[in-house]
Design a protein around this ligand. Structure first.
Ligand code: FES
Length: 246
């Protein structure tokens, strides 16, 4: 009772916005990103300049004439497509299913949730997480290499971009709902053993990231595109990489 009297009211910062704004934003940004990623993955050579490697191409696998990004891009793509947050975003925005809370949706056939094709594939999110986890490790390695200029330590704008990118991707990946459940789910008592206490601490850490999962999702999407574009502009000679080398 005392808590109810003293707790500050929690306001929804978006409540004054028109309910079409969020779906329009999602449709616009996701469509742009999908178009750009399709171009980069299927029609471009590897994004590689000096110690910088595009996140679309990491780890770099070159086998014949097949664009290298094809071997790796499926993992983050599957991860994002099946992400709990993105599901909400594209169900509301692309399918209007529903468009927003408390907004009526058009008449539909029987709702079968994620028990039938194609949405049944959303149940594989945990496996997409495992694949993406491995890719984030490669990206972390790439970010370290990005500070190595022919054997000398240095810092370029590309190094900073790659570091920020892997930081944002890690915040998005390690705030995953499925990982949070893996860490803290199926436990009745967090303090009954050392292992359960360790899982509780891990679950709490993941929860810190999970609270802002939507923002990490958008920020990491933007940083992946920005890092790739920057490296391709360096490759094309349009930009010069400002850098300091020891
Ligand atoms: S729920 Fe979004 S990445 Fe797992």
């Amino acid at each position: 009772m005392a808590l109810a009297q003293h707790a500050a009211p929690v306001r929804n910062p978006y409540s004054k916005l028109p309910n079409w704004l969020y779906p329009t934003f999602v449709v616009g940004v996701l469509s742009l990103f999908v178009a750009f990623a399709t171009w980069a993955v299927f029609f471009q050579p590897a994004g590689y300049f000096g110690p910088y490697l595009s996140p679309f191409d990491s780890p770099l696998i070159t086998l014949g004439p097949i664009p290298p990004a094809i071997w790796v891009a499926w993992a983050p793509l599957a991860f994002r497509l099946t992400c709990y947050y993105y599901r909400k975003a594209y169900f509301r925005s692309f399918l209007w299913h529903p468009r927003s809370c408390a907004v009526a949706e058009p008449h539909r056939a029987r709702y079968r949730g994620e028990t039938a094709f194609p949405w049944i594939f959303n149940n594989f999110h945990r496996f997409a997480f495992y694949a993406t986890f491995v890719q984030v490790l490669f990206l972390a390695y790439d970010a370290i290499i990005a500070f190595n200029f022919a054997g000398h330590f240095g810092v370029g704008l590309g190094s900073v971009l790659m570091l920020v990118n892997v930081g944002l991707l890690s915040a998005y990946t390690f705030g995953c709902h499925a990982l949070r459940h893996l860490a803290g789910g199926n436990l009745d008592c967090f303090s009954c053993s050392a292992a359960a206490s360790a899982r509780f601490r891990l679950w709490r850490g993941i929860t810190v990231l999970n609270i802002r999962h939507d923002r990490w999702a958008w920020a990491s999407l933007a940083s992946v595109a920005a890092t790739d574009i920057y490296i391709r502009l360096l490759m094309a000679g349009v930009l010069h990489d400002p850098r300091w080398i020891a």
